[in-house]
Design a protein around this ligand. Structure first.
Ligand code: MN3
Length: 201
């Protein structure tokens, strides 16, 4: 597979004040780019070069940790950028809203459960909304740069929404106050992207 490093779908300052420009710039240009470069390096000259990244993830336990850490870091951030938008304070609608209501009671309950998963992930990691093979929506969290597509993941499914809770994602602006960062995230969720992923069979 050929990989390209994704540009942000908006400017570095576009998500302020929820996420400051300096954090976005460092996060994209240094952290994400670092994972991308190291991922390419880790698969270079191996069978993985010809594999789809989802097949690599599914069989991740067969490959070196560098592939899990950097392949996950590459994929997770590319999705994370798309899950946010400067078009603020939107809410889920239509079938996605119905599904969130079905599985979590209300949209607010969903946000509360997801926030809780993000807040209680010990150390570095991610919170996820995923769709299992049977169509069920589930919240999970993963350590480090793991994701729910990986064979090693406790809960597996298709990622619909993710939130980076590594300190590098929020520390400049929020310091140790991870819950404040999580709360602000809801203002900038790109529900159109989540719906697009939800509707794609
Ligand atoms: Mn990150």
């Amino acid at each position: 597979m050929n990989y390209t490093f994704p540009e942000l779908p908006y400017g570095y300052e576009a998500l302020e004040p929820e996420i400051d420009a300096q954090t976005m710039k460092l996060h994209h240009q240094k952290h994400h780019k670092g994972y991308f470069d190291k991922f390419l390096n880790a698969i270079k000259g191996t069978e993985m070069e010809k594999m789809d990244i989802k097949d690599i993830f599914e069989n991740i336990s067969q490959f070196p940790d560098a592939v899990k850490n950097n392949g996950g870091g590459f994929y997770n951030h590319a999705l994370f950028w798309k899950c946010m938008t400067p078009d603020k304070n939107k809410q889920p609608e239509g079938d996605l809203k119905d599904a969130l209501t079905k599985y979590f009671g209300t949209v607010d309950n969903f946000k509360e459960d997801f926030s809780n998963a993000a807040a209680t992930r010990f150390g570095s990691g991610w919170a996820w909304l995923i769709m299992k093979n049977n169509g069920e929506l589930v919240i999970s969290s993963t350590p480090n740069q793991e994701n729910p597509l990986m064979g090693v993941s406790e809960i597996k499914g298709k990622p619909l929404l993710c939130l980076d809770v590594w300190e590098h994602a929020y520390y400049l602006n929020y310091q140790n106050k991870r819950p404040d960062y999580i709360k602000a995230f809801w203002n900038i969720v790109n529900w159109d992207e989540v719906a697009k992923r939800f509707n794609k069979k």
